[in-house]
Design a protein. Structure first.
Lengths: 317, 233, 269
């Protein structure tokens, strides 16, 4: 979060929208919600979610969080499925470049605020960074218990047996816990929390993270948080312990053995490759000389460098 | 003389039919009876005099209008007419048996299971209950092929024998027999008479209704006339 | 013989498991139930009978902690706090007590089962609610219970909607007994079933009640079900209890005008 000193200047007359799109009172309300969420790690704090210029499901929760904490000194990165160059990520990044006058980046290490859907960057985050998650469904118990009154009581009284039902069903059906995304976690052994639809591969990164992790669900009107250095445990059974995904392949472009891989279908003949889902991570490795089995594939040359720092955008007509 | 196992004191029963303008139908009053161990008291009197009503009042099935029915249970007398339901259930489970004319059981349960049930209720093991039920059903000459069938389709006599087996499988100190031989042929009646005598030799006290004079003469130690206590209408 | 005597003594000497005193429920100006008092001991089966609107379901909901009464007390002999007014307990304590010590079998299995979870998971859930975290052990217990209620183990992972009404009800019974409750509430447990299925389920319930020494409070409008299941009956009319007593005494020699009407109205076949 930047100091507020520049905010005033950014709210210059003639700007069509208030700085960072939301009005100041809404931003204050969201900041208060964030403080409460940080004070009670894993607890879903209700907030007055606003209508946003994108539909629900496009990351309105994350956008509102970012709007409430961003300042002109921030450096903003936005990823979708780990990649900076997907439509949604590009659009949201442009949005904040336009309404918040911030510098944008694809470099994980450079960013002060990283908004994300579906991934946590491979490169460990540092103190001072904030990771903002877009959350479609904040309630981990919702799939089995449709009543909000009941799930609230379950959280209040730590009645979390129900969450194990989904794991039980998975073991019954597949012989192991096959749940792969949105894998339920316990925060500080108190609140059950949905980590948003990140792969369980990223679950271990939630615990003891140096950065602030903020979660926003716009449609469901909930904000929750994992402060730095918080204990996060992925649920499991004594006889079926938690495990993350592994791949037999390495990244075809950069050869990484320990990153989360996406499968890319190359042609109708079933040709395919596995590549890092974290595009920044992959590009950095290639830049420093790592090469995978298909290192000279066209995909490796698609990305240019990080886009130039956006200049303040002209007023809409 | 040892203390009686059952004492009926000043008993009266009047049915009040609330849905027939509160019509009162008096049956008997001031009825007193004691039965000791080894005794088989046979109730006498013409049909409709209240023999079955008396039996049911003693069993706790009917609620007497007045008086007491004391049953020796765990070395103390318990008044059935005033006992709590759970006490009556306990008395029926361990002390007071009742053989009615009709078999009233859950449908579609095999006969052998039905006969074992009273023992299982008292915590007897499955194996022992099965063995005793098989012995008794064999003694009552119920065809072995019937044992695994529910009794609903049995003849009247066969159902009656299942009923008798369910009652005699436990050695109740006190037994109430409401025409247990009604639909049985001579041979089977003789078997039931034998069962009753064995129970009496064991020290049971019995009250029975038998329309069959041969059976009555074979088991009765004395007759008791219910009509003497007929209540004025 | 010794064990027999001990068992039976237990039933007599035991203190009441549930004591209901002066229970009254108003819905605005409408009486749900008035001044209902009774006790139930371990191993006892109490039937609450009466026609629709007589207040029997109101009583069941009040005594099972699902509907706070307007007046009166519902005292349960909790294993954690001893005898306690269930509405005097804090909500988490009451919910925990309900989870640990009670079961509730609904008339409609949809109300008592999680239709989105498999039959096996439905049965295992109470174990997880009580802290079970070993899959293998819970799976084994689930299989044992499904066998006990005579369900095909091969279908353990099917969703409830793929089972017939009678089988759904068996799953519900297993789900409500697997954790070893001391008191089970049943609301017309065989109400929606074919008579052929009903008889078998009733026998199963009776057997389980006997083997587990459960206390059961069963609400039914079916006198035949009441006779087969209950040790004693409570007849309700217009919110009041009009008669109580041994089941066969109430059914064979009813004293109250309404009980007489109720019993004489039963169709014979």
């Amino acid at each position: 979060m930047s100091s507020g000193s520049n905010t005033q200047g950014s709210n210059r007359t003639g700007r069509y929208y208030n700085y960072a799109y939301l009005d100041e009172q809404t931003k204050r309300m969201i900041r208060r919600t964030i403080l409460k969420a940080l004070a009670i790690p894993g607890y879903q704090v209700p907030f007055g979610s606003r209508e946003m210029p994108v539909p629900y499901g496009w990351g309105t929760g994350g956008i509102q969080l970012t709007a409430a904490i961003i300042g002109p000194d921030d450096v903003y990165k936005c990823i979708d499925q780990g990649a900076d160059d997907t439509t949604n990520a590009v659009s949201i990044r442009r949005f904040f470049a336009q309404v918040a006058d911030v510098a944008v980046t694809e470099e994980t290490a450079e960013a002060t605020i990283i908004q994300t859907r579906h991934r946590i960057p491979e490169k460990p985050l540092k103190e001072g960074q904030i990771l903002v998650f877009q959350v479609p469904q904040p309630e981990p118990l919702r799939g089995l218990e449709p009543r909000e009154t009941e799930t609230r009581a379950m959280h209040a009284y730590e009645e979390y047996g129900l969450q194990y039902v989904s794991l039980y069903e998975s073991v019954s059906a597949y012989g192991y816990i096959a749940n792969t995304v949105g894998y339920p976690t316990m925060i500080e052994e108190r609140y059950l929390m949905s980590p948003s639809p990140i792969p369980k591969f990223d679950n271990p990164k939630l615990g003891d993270n140096e950065a602030i992790l903020l979660f926003g669900a716009g449609r469901e009107k909930r904000i929750y948080a994992v402060p730095p250095y918080t204990r996060v445990r992925s649920l499991d059974f004594e006889d079926y312990p938690f495990e993350t995904q592994t791949w037999e392949e390495n990244c075809a472009l950069c050869g990484a053995e320990d990153s989360y891989l996406d499968e890319v279908i190359l042609d109708d003949a079933g040709e395919r490759m596995f590549v890092c889902s974290d595009s920044c991570f992959c590009a950095e490795r290639r830049a420093s000389g790592h090469v995978g089995t298909m290192g000279d594939h066209a995909l490796a040359h698609l990305e240019g460098g990080p886009p130039a720092v956006a200049s303040p955008v002209a007023e809409p007509a | 003389m040892t203390s009686p196992l059952i004492i009926v004191e000043d008993l009266a029963k009047t049915f009040v039919l609330h849905n027939a303008d509160g019509a009162a139908i008096p049956v008997f009053e001031r009825l007193t009876l004691e039965v000791a161990s080894g005794e088989c008291v046979v109730l006498a009197g013409e049909s409709g005099v209240g023999k079955s009503t008396l039996m049911r009042s003693i069993f706790g099935n009917y609620l007497p209008t007045q008086g007491a029915v004391r049953v020796l249970h765990d070395d103390a007398y318990l008044d059935i007419t005033r006992a709590q339901p759970h006490q009556v259930i306990d008395v029926r489970r361990r002390t007071l048996g009742y053989v009615s004319q009709f078999l009233r059981v859950i449908p579609r349960i095999p006969t052998l299971r039905l006969v074992m049930e009273p023992l299982l209720e008292n915590g007897v093991s499955l194996e022992e209950a099965r063995a005793r039920a098989e012995t008794l059903l064999a003694a009552l000459r119920l065809p072995r092929a019937h044992w695994d069938l529910p009794p609903a389709t049995f003849s009247g006599g066969e159902q009656q024998r299942v009923n008798i087996a369910r009652s005699f499988i436990r050695n109740y100190p006190v037994m109430l027999l409401d025409e247990p031989t009604a639909s049985l042929d001579a041979e089977n009646r003789a078997i039931v008479v034998q069962l009753i005598r064995q129970a009496l030799d064991r020290g049971a006290a019995m009250i029975g209704i038998f329309h069959d004079h041969d059976v009555r003469d074979a088991v009765a130690t004395r007759l008791f006339s219910v009509s003497e206590f007929k209540a004025a209408a | 013989m010794n064990a027999m005597a001990q068992n039976a003594h237990k039933a007599i000497e035991a203190t009441p498991l549930l004591r209901v005193d002066g229970l009254t429920k108003w819905y605005g100006h409408v009486v749900g139930c008035r001044d209902v008092s009774f006790e139930i001991r371990p191993g006892e089966v109490l039937g609450i009978v009466g026609e629709s609107g007589s207040g029997k379901t109101t009583v069941l909901n009040c005594i099972s902690g699902r509907l706070p009464p307007s007046a009166g007390q519902v005292e349960f002999d909790t294993s954690r706090f001893g005898p306690a007014d269930i509405y005097g307990l804090s909500e988490p304590d009451r919910r925990r007590m309900q989870r640990e010590e009670w079961g509730f079998v609904h008339q409609n299995p949809r109300d008592g089962l999680r239709m989105r979870a498999s039959g096996g998971a439905n049965v295992a859930e109470p174990l997880m609610n009580l802290g079970g975290r070993h899959y293998g052990k819970m799976r084994a217990a689930t299989i044992e219970w499904l066998e006990r209620v005579e369900l095909d183990i091969g279908r353990i992972d099917d969703k409830p909607r793929h089972f017939s009404g009678g089988m759904q009800q068996r799953i519900q019974v297993a789900r409500n007994l697997i954790h070893g409750p001391r008191l089970v509430f049943m609301d017309e447990p065989t109400g929606g079933l074919d008579v052929s299925v009903q008889a078998r389920l009733l026998d199963l319930l009776r057997e389980l009640v006997r083997d587990l020494g459960l206390a059961v409070i069963i609400v039914t409008h079916d006198m035949a079900v009441a006779r087969l299941m209950a040790d004693r009956l409570m007849v309700m009319k217009s919110g009041y209890v009009v008669e109580t007593g041994l089941t066969d005494q109430v059914l064979d020699d009813p004293q109250h005008p309404y009980s007489q009407l109720l019993v004489s109205s039963v169709l014979q076949i």
